[in-house]
Write a protein that binds this ligand. Structure first.
Ligand SMILES: Nc1ncnc2c1ncn2[C@@H]1O[C@H](COP(=O)(O)OS(=O)(=O)O)[C@@H](OP(=O)(O)O)[C@H]1O
Length: 427
């Protein structure tokens, strides 16, 4: 009823003859945010006891996807679920359904947005050890891509970014540019796990989200769809980060990415870090000169290169829009080098100790695993990023100089000293 009412309103606004099919997704989104307000309010009211503001936490079922609350008590930003279809229903794994609302689904409550190569997997997996937390993953051998069931999608990475085609869903505007606006939201929400935002809370991870030069619409879109999400950013020394990223692309199955950035522009594909870094630094110089006198193709090639590598480490510029939209209290910045226990403590209190009580966290597992476990997702094909200072001091000094002012601005913005330590470690 509300949907058709909204459609009527929208048609009224746009004039007769508008295409209802085109308006429907907008109307659904409107509906979603209206419902969300109602629901969030309902949860807050229901969870406040006579004496104060403690929220009763229902006992959690360790399967994480069971034991959903009655939808009227869900606590989340709702997203529209087209036709009530959800891929999790196709699994042999059956969930208990309690009066489930078939038209909406809880969106992720936590977004790990980056930075690439700064321990985003580690943070996701540390968080997912909590019995209430689910790290969104690829669930199927077949995936709904743009409305079609598709095989062989790169889903072997066990994070949601695999199932969401990395930026495919957050880059909603990009999908609109590709004229598939009707399906992108459905494709995405169909693959979300059923959660209620209290017993089970889902986390989305995509390091590309912090690359706001490459994906400028992401913060706005994320905030529009998930205004109450908690944002998490893990950061690391930007000059060694780029070395790590280079090594990532040197692994044979990912090497094509590098080839595609150089070859079509008549450039030699770098096979060592110095050539690669120098190509980036030359582009920085061109960009600083506003590409004066440069051929059009140079600008095109350089902008792609810089946005994929050097500029990722200018963290303060990427964080700015997230800070502005979500407010600094809702954006947690983690230092990758913090020990696991401190990371988890900060993460839990960021999400809300009432939602994810720390006594439920398996702290012992951290002791057992130590810091040195597979959850670091270390690239074993090279000797580690710290070795680069000894090998290439000259080029590293140049990168360090480039990042120094950004690190200072970042330290001031987030009110923490650790980015300042990044400015002096070339030895
Ligand atoms: N706590 C801690 N201390 C030091 N180093 C750490 C830590 N956690 C993760 N790592 C290193 O982070 C790299 C992986 O980062 P991501 O998980 O963000 O990778 S990705 O962007 O999703 O591909 C990966 O670096 P490389 O080995 O250079 O690839 C990990 O070794």
């Amino acid at each position: 009823y509300i949907l058709s009412h909204l459609e009527e309103q929208l048609i009224g606004n746009e004039g007769e003859g508008d295409n209802i099919a085109a308006i429907r997704p907008i109307a659904r989104q409107e509906l979603s945010s209206k419902e969300q307000n109602v629901r969030v309010h309902a949860v807050e009211t229901a969870s406040t006891n006579e004496n104060g503001n403690t929220r009763p936490i229902p006992k959690f079922d360790t399967t994480k996807t069971m034991n959903l609350m009655n939808p009227s008590n869900y606590s989340c930003d709702f997203l529209p679920l087209e036709d009530g279809h959800n891929a999790w229903d196709d699994r042999s794994h059956k969930m208990e359904r309690i009066h489930r609302d078939e038209s909406h689904i809880c969106g992720p409550k936590v977004l790990i947005i980056g930075a690439m190569k700064c321990g985003t997997n580690t943070v996701g997996h540390l968080l997912a050890k909590h019995p209430r937390v689910i790290l969104n993953r690829c669930q199927h051998k077949k995936y709904l891509i743009r409305g079609k069931w598709t095989k062989n999608h790169d889903c072997n990475v066990d994070n949601f970014q695999g199932s969401s085609d990395e930026m495919g869903f957050w880059e909603g505007n990009d999908l609109r540019r590709h004229n598939i606006s009707d399906t992108w939201m459905a494709d995405w929400t169909q693959r979300l796990p059923w959660t209620d935002g209290i017993n089970n809370i889902s986390v989305d991870k995509s390091p590309s989200n912090l690359n706001t030069f490459k994906h400028p619409d992401v913060p706005q879109l994320a905030h529009k769809l998930l205004p109450n999400a908690k944002v998490v950013v893990t950061l690391c020394k930007p000059d060694t980060r780029i070395y790590s990223e280079f090594q990532y692309h040197m692994v044979p199955k990912r090497h094509q990415h590098l080839v595609d950035q150089f070859e079509p522009h008549g450039r030699v594909v770098p096979d060592n870090f110095v050539d690669f870094a120098e190509a980036n630094l030359r582009c920085l110089e061109e960009a600083n000169r506003n590409y004066d006198n440069a051929k059009e193709d140079v600008k095109y090639y350089c902008e792609i290169l810089l946005n994929d590598y050097v500029r990722i480490g200018e963290y303060v510029r990427h964080l700015q829009p997230w800070y502005e939209l979500y407010g600094e209290g809702n954006v947690l910045v983690v230092d990758m080098e913090q020990d696991a226990k401190s990371k988890v403590a900060a993460l839990l209190s960021h999400i809300g100790e009432d939602l994810v009580p720390s006594e439920e966290y398996p702290w012992q597992e951290l002791e057992d695993d130590g810091e040195n476990n597979e959850e670091f997702f270390t690239n074993k094909s090279y000797e580690g990023r710290d070795s680069v200072f000894l090998k290439h001091p000259y080029i590293m000094q140049k990168l360090e100089d480039h990042y120094a002012p950004f690190n200072e601005a970042l330290a001031a913005m987030i009110g923490a000293d650790f980015p300042l330590n990044w400015n002096n470690r070339t030895s």
